[in-house]
Design a protein around this ligand. Structure first.
Ligand SMILES: Cc1cc2nc3c(=O)[nH]c(=O)nc-3n(C[C@H](O)[C@H](O)[C@H](O)COP(=O)(O)O)c2cc1C
Length: 170
């Protein structure tokens, strides 16, 4: 798919079919994450692939909507801050690296006709407990991965003049 088509095709899918996701598609999605750029090439994250079948009740404690567990697969990305590149003013880049890798996951899934939805409004402590995430690692984002059972809505975005300026801040 052309990149321009891909970025317009992606939307936040909030209803999923039960159909299984082919293993080769998950592998392609994970390869897209692996190849993502990261500050100083540190890749300071761990990606957790979770099958929802048989775990729906506990997974709903992480993010309590029905559609979160409708898809057969949920993917989480967790930041390992101690592995990340830190700028000399102290800014740790793990969250940025996680966001780039997650966006690769999401765009790769879209390219394979799969639906996804960025989820950050989850319960961090429940995510730690249920997925066994250690203290020094931070779950950053989740997405279901499955076949969409809804349709995209009209995109609402700020006009380009509102988000872009040239030469200096104005
Ligand atoms: C960092 C981030 C966090 C988000 N967290 C949530 C979330 O917790 N729950 C949710 O339903 N949508 C979440 N979204 C989806 C946004 O609401 C959505 O991307 C935005 O409204 C634009 O709609 P679209 O994705 O359909 O183009 C998140 C998106 C991003 C980028």
């Amino acid at each position: 798919m052309e990149f321009q088509d891909l970025i317009f095709k992606r939307y936040s899918v909030r209803s999923y079919k039960k159909d299984p996701v082919e293993k080769w598609k998950i592998e392609k999605i994970l390869e897209a994450a692996r190849i993502a750029p990261s500050a100083a090439n540190r890749q300071p994250y761990k990606i957790i692939v979770i099958e929802t079948e048989g775990r729906k009740d506990e997974l709903r404690r992480i993010y309590s909507t029905e559609w979160f567990v409708q898809a057969p697969v949920v993917i989480a990305i967790c930041a390992i801050k101690s592995d990340a590149w830190t700028r000399k003013d102290g800014k740790n880049h793990a969250d940025i690296d996680c966001a780039i890798a997650m966006d690769h996951i999401i765009l790769a899934a879209t390219d394979l006709s799969l639906g996804t939805c960025w989820i950050c409004a989850f319960d961090v402590e429940e995510a730690r407990r249920i997925l066994g995430i250690p203290r020094m690692v931070e779950p950053v984002a989740f997405t279901p991965v499955g076949y969409p059972d809804d349709a995209p809505k009209q995109k609402k975005r700020k006009p380009v003049e509102e988000i872009v300026c040239y030469d200096k801040w104005q």
